[in-house]
Design a protein. Structure first.
Length: 335
């Protein structure tokens, strides 16, 4: 035995290191630190840094300093998560496991500029809404054949812009049914030898057809587009579809001489009345001299036109909607 060996204090590991230094304190707190920068590498101060733990009562929150640094001290060991949030930047997160007594340095956190995602509700303009309503009207055909474009069955219809009034007139003027109807009118006139100044035969029929279509074209464009645009009136018939039968009859009859203005008020239908007179006057330019109407007959025809409008309106109110398949899906218009 070596002299003096008994005087050396024993230790658990035989290494000469005291036991108190060899075994770490499993419950000793640690520190978590890091730095926040932007994409250029410049520090981000005032970033909100949140430390989350499994034990939510141990959660902490602080702001990064002027150098973009943050430090959480006296943190109990265990898993953790860091979330960094700053105005104008996307949120970043980092996680790790803190050991007892450790100073855990999080790798440099670089914040990216946030991409603003804003849900914008596009409100259609009045013209766009009117355009959609016109597209519906242009599909309206009695028995699926005869155009029924100048009737609105929708609730609270939007006034038409001048361009849309001309589009509706053009759609009506070039519809195949319009050509066919005017051809039939010319045939009846020839059979009855109306406007005998045109004569008979193919040439006579062609002249009658041209005159009939010209009447239709001028009446449609003057009374349905030009004057309504100038006078700010709506050339359509607005289906009532509700109320007593008497009120609907009176409404239909009244609409032969009144119409809605573009601002929604009822007023005298100057567009239709003046349009009929203008179309009658223009017809004197192409009818045979012996068959041209005088002023008196022109006014008489305008009155006849008003009567025809009243009759058509009654059919619109009580018959044509049932015979127009595409109209059945739409709500009635407010009178």
């Amino acid at each position: 035995m070596v002299q003096g060996a008994e005087s050396r204090p024993p230790n658990a590991g035989g290494s000469g290191v005291p036991a108190s230094r060899q075994l770490p304190d499993l419950q000793g707190p640690g520190t978590i630190t890091g730095i926040v920068v932007d994409q250029t590498g410049a520090p981000v101060s005032g970033a909100r840094v949140k430390l989350s733990r499994e034990d939510q009562s141990a959660n902490q929150e602080l702001l990064s300093d002027g150098d973009g640094r943050f430090t959480f001290a006296q943190v109990a060991p265990g898993p953790f998560e860091i979330a960094i949030d700053s105005t104008g930047f996307a949120t970043q997160a980092s996680s790790g496991i803190l050991r007892s007594g450790e100073t855990y340095t999080i790798p440099q956190i670089t914040l990216a500029v946030a991409t603003a995602v804003t849900e914008v509700r596009v409100v259609p303009s009045r013209i766009e809404v009117a355009e959609d309503q016109i597209k519906v009207q242009e599909k309206q055909r009695v028995l699926g054949v005869v155009p029924n474009f100048y009737v609105s069955y929708v609730h609270n219809p939007v006034p038409l812009a001048p361009k849309q009034k001309f589009e509706l007139a053009w759609k009506t003027a070039v519809d195949p049914v319009s050509f066919g109807v005017n051809g039939a009118v010319a045939g009846i006139q020839q059979a009855q030898n109306e406007f005998d100044g045109y004569g008979q035969g193919g040439q006579g029929y062609a002249k009658r057809y041209g005159a009939s279509y010209a009447n239709f074209l001028t009446s449609t464009f003057i009374g349905g587009a030009m004057l309504p645009s100038l006078l700010k009136q709506d050339p359509r018939y607005f289906y009532k579809g509700s109320g007593s039968k008497r009120s609907r009859i009176l409404y239909a009859l009244a609409n032969s001489v009144i119409c809605k203005s573009d601002d929604g008020h009822w007023q005298a239908n100057y567009s239709s009345i003046i349009g009929s007179l203008a179309a009658g006057g223009i017809s004197n330019l192409y009818y045979p001299a012996k068959n041209r109407d005088g002023v008196e007959l022109t006014f008489e025809n305008a009155l006849i036109g008003i009567g025809e409008s009243a009759a058509v309106n009654l059919l619109q109110e009580f018959v044509m909607r049932k015979l127009t398949p595409s109209a059945s899906r739409h709500a009635t218009a407010s009178p």
